[in-house]
Design a protein around this ligand. Sequence first.
Ligand code: SF4
Ligand code: SF4
Length: 492
Amino acid sequence: MKNSLTTDDPEPRQKGESANQDIDWKDFRDHLATADQQGHRMWLYPKKPKGRIYNFRTWFSYLLLVILFTGPFIRINGNPLLLFNIVERKFSIFGQIFWPQDTFLFALGMLIWIISIVVFTAVFGRVWCGWACPQTLLMEMVFRKIEYWIDGDSLEQKKLSKAPWTGGKIAKRVAKYSVFFGLSFVIGNTLLAYVIGTENLYAIITDNPLNHTQGLAAMVIFTLIFFAIFARFREQACTFICPYGRFQSTLLDENTIVVAYDHKRGESRQRLNRNQSESERQEKGVGDCVDCNQCVAVCPTGIDIRNGTQMECVNCAACIDACNGVMSKLKRPLGLVRYASLNGIEKGLPLKVTPRIIGYSVVLTALVTAFFTLLLTRSDVETSLLRAPGTLFQTTPDGRVTNLYLLKLTNKTSHDIPVDLRLMGMEGGSIRVMGGDIIVKAGSLAESSVLVELGPDLMDGKKTRIEVGVFSGEEELERVRTVFVGPQGKVP
Ligand code: SF4
Ligand code: SF4
């Protein structure tokens, strides 16, 4: 069989040598792929990936990036699609506003998110990292593509790096880092919009800068941090900083689907020998891997997937595409590197639902049910009606008794709500808001004093339980219960 495999990898490599850098793979678990024996950083020049998965990932990433960049700007019922205003402790998820009073709901939402990641990781490995994490999306689908566009592919990048500082090199560096800086500014501002809201961001941009020194400082700091991450720090954000990659070893097992090399089919690996027939190859027990290192050349974290699942692997699937490209040129079956579990590769077992996955799923289902029950039964207005501290009761000349209460109303919506209170099931009793009608401003807290008056026939000894309806027009928003205090025994 005549093969048409070619490689445009710049330097001839020895067996087990990385296309990205020189690594002694024998001790690959003892140090990061991007650090040499002395611990010095080794700069990666991953080759531009191409293939079906990469194309699909590109379009999927663009969709997620659109959501990421427009999240704080899109409005649902007047609320941002996404907002994480930790300054005012106000959060909006899919237009649902969460206030400090909803801490429980928000904490439940966070718990669901974490457990979803745990369940997903147990079943599908680090699919989040490769497909949805903003760091990967921005690094691989935005900054890296710009770098390929300005500096060229891996080989050109290496050459440019070693080249003297000519006018051309300076122009490329200025162009690249200017675009990087501009993008970092946009990302920094988007993050700021998530944190303080678009209205506050707009005020910082258009108002007198002296009135917004803190906001402007945050803008500059965010921009510089993102520029440093995407221009220099890069894959180290995943391998050094992000805790997810580090605790994945506790979540993965032999049934987890990961990006994996089929060692049973690939080994023993051997460089492509064009003079060897297919039957000769099989007789000698030579595997399908031709040790071309294309899977290593494209890896953005510089690892060799043939060494097994590693902490640095972000499951970007670039190595799958690279190997499939090689296999298709060699007319061998695709999928030497593929999404598979260890049991799938070694025993040919399909995806297995383990007791651990069932356990996680049960907990997740219970939490999701509780979350939506709380969310759907949550009222637009949260009311607190407590007896005024230091007060007991007063008796009017006609023998009726009054209690004074403190009323707090939180409007969780983005529109003003007029509110009135009604005493429920107590004909003859009255409730009066001191200072007249209440209009609770959007997203605000309103406070007032409330006087409740009951006749002796309505009271039940020293403590009488009463119910107060919170109405907006004829719509009952909420019903609160409290205690009405009277004299011991029946009022004469
Ligand atoms: S080993 Fe493959 S899937 Fe993992 S980071 Fe490298 S290229 Fe991506
Ligand atoms: S696994 Fe595939 S891409 Fe990687 S060295 Fe072997 S043949 Fe080449």
